[in-house]
Write a protein of this length. Structure first.
Length: 251
């Protein structure tokens, strides 16, 4: 298995690493021998994750990615990267007519502007190695699959998928691959919060839409990330890999 999905010793940046999907990704990559730069906003949670991972060379990078100073700090402190996993994001589902200027801007700022500008900073500072792999965590609620309450959230994720398509062409000559992963609902702390606000019955009805009969787990997304970071995916770029238990098979 190591032969096919070898990432031992690779330097990889993971944003949103302090909880949920980001923590699951970090655990998987650390177990595979990668050296990680871990980004998060909560010092205690970030340090807890960093200290719990296999290996002792992982570097926590504290800060809010919507800050240009934090983006520059990360781009400066990272060594040459073999992989970038842009996972940090905000889930907020509400009817379109309830959104206001502030809520729309916040979702676009966190989900699109922050990862895009961070990535631009890394590229400008030449911190991404040739043959590197860049992965953007999107969502099944995006440009190609809608959901009630997902108008602005889906728009922010759809914008990321547009970024991936064109950037994969721009960086292809350097053999840098750019792909996105679109998970369905993943059982994390954020989903538990949504479940409380939307109600258990709504979630049980939604669960019936998944042919495999369950919501995803962080490890399901982490496995896809591991594959796209490894040389086993060396001829894959510009795609959106859907990891959703069959949800979008209905569309």
């Amino acid at each position: 298995m190591d032969e096919y999905f070898h990432i031992k010793g690779k330097k990889i940046l993971v944003t949103g690493a302090s909880s949920g999907i980001g923590r699951g990704i970090s655990e998987r990559l650390a177990n595979a021998g990668a050296h990680l730069y871990l980004c998060g906003r909560d010092r205690n949670r970030l340090d807890t994750v960093a200290n719990s991972l296999k290996g002792n060379e992982h570097q926590p990078l504290l800060g809010d990615l919507t800050s240009s100073d934090v983006q520059m700090k990360i781009a400066t402190e990272c060594e040459k990267l073999d992989g970038v996993v842009l996972n940090a994001g905000l889930i907020e589902l509400m009817p379109f007519q309830i959104h206001n200027d502030q809520s729309i801007r916040e979702l676009m700022e966190v989900n699109y502007m922050a990862p895009t500008l961070l990535l631009q900073s890394l590229i400008k500072k030449r911190k991404i190695s040739r043959n590197a792999s860049i992965i953007v965590i999107s969502s099944v609620t995006s440009a190609n699959f809608g959901s009630i309450g997902g108008t602005i959230y889906g728009s922010s994720k759809g914008a990321l998928e547009g970024l991936v398509k064109s950037l994969s062409i721009e960086l292809g000559r350097q053999n840098i691959r750019v792909n996105s992963i679109s998970p369905g609902i993943i059982e994390t702390e954020a989903i538990e919060t949504l479940k409380k606000s939307l109600g258990e019955e709504s979630f049980q009805n939604d669960l019936k839409k998944y042919p495999l009969g369950r919501y995803g787990k962080p490890k399901d997304v982490a496995s896809a990330v591991h594959f796209l970071l490894s040389d086993s995916s060396s001829w894959i770029t510009g795609i959106n890999l859907v990891v959703d238990g069959g949800l979008t098979a209905h569309s």
